[in-house]
Design a protein around this ligand. Structure first.
Ligand code: PEP
Length: 254
């Protein structure tokens, strides 16, 4: 059986709980019942409950968070743990987004800890990898991305790997309007799949879902998601508009 595509919307630090509820309701009206792919929406922590209630009747739309803390609980003021996300209705969590790496100093070792913590609580991690423009221009993309995959997923069991998703997001394409060409994205997805095979075996690599992220819009979604190793999309800006996000989903998963 082929890999079921997965499209996630990362709302980043946008929308109050009420605005989140409204966007989620619009999304349910647009694509509730569209079962050709898995759909995940990732509002802010404070929007999670409102969105959970809004999507309760739409079994094809899943709730995700944008981050978590690696520890189970304790004196970590301002942080949120995996079990708290589960208790709020989340089934997915984004880990190691480039903005977390860039602005909050997250590295591959921390990404690995957070991934294990998410999995231990029953969450499905969406682990982000990707190179900066400097790395791409100096020819270092393959080496870096392979390293991010190897370290980020180190020590996971086969069952845990089956619940994990990777998102390849070239940093130079995030929020910039500069999208990787389908060929550029496919090339990196193939490197990632070959690294998964080297680390965990062919069966794991073949079943693994790898999203592309970076300025995905309704007019480029189909071409990107038609590439053989691109199994979905992680969408930032364009996921803040229900009609636009629905169009990405319908075109990308036609
Ligand atoms: C993202 O933040 O994961 C992302 C891909 O953003 P955008 O779609 O806005 O480039």
């Amino acid at each position: 059986m082929g890999r079921k595509k997965i499209i996630a919307g990362n709302w980043k630090m946008n929308k109050t709980p009420e605005e989140s509820r409204q966007l989620a309701m619009q999304l349910v009206a647009e694509i509730g019942g569209f079962n050709a792919c898995d759909i995940v929406v990732c509002p802010t922590y404070t929007g999670l409950e409102a969105v959970r209630n809004a999507i309760a009747g739409a079994t094809n739309i899943h709730l995700g968070a944008q981050n978590l803390h690696q520890e189970k609980n304790g004196a970590f003021t301002g942080e949120i743990s995996a079990s708290m996300l589960v208790g709020t209705g989340c089934t997915y969590v984004i880990i190691g987004h480039s903005e977390r790496r860039q602005y909050f100093g997250e590295n591959d070792a921390l990404v690995n800890q957070k991934t294990k913590s998410a999995l231990a609580a029953g969450l499905k991690p969406i682990v982000c990898v990707g190179e900066t423009l400097d790395v791409r221009e100096s020819g270092g993309t393959e080496k870096l991305v392979r390293e991010q995959v190897r370290q980020g997923l180190a020590g996971l069991t086969e069952a845990q790997l089956a619940s994990t998703v990777l998102a390849y997001e070239p940093v130079w394409a995030i929020g910039t309007g500069k999208v990787a060409t389908p060929a550029q994205a496919q090339e990196v997805h193939l490197w990632i799949r070959s690294e998964l095979a080297a680390c965990f075996g062919e069966a794991v690599a073949t079943g693994f879902r790898i999203q592309y992220g970076g300025s995905v819009k309704s007019d480029n979604a189909a071409e990107l998601l038609n590439q053989p190793d691109i199994d979905g999309a992680l969408v930032g800006g364009a996921s803040l508009d229900a009609a636009g996000f629905a169009a990405i989903i319908k075109k990308g998963c036609a």
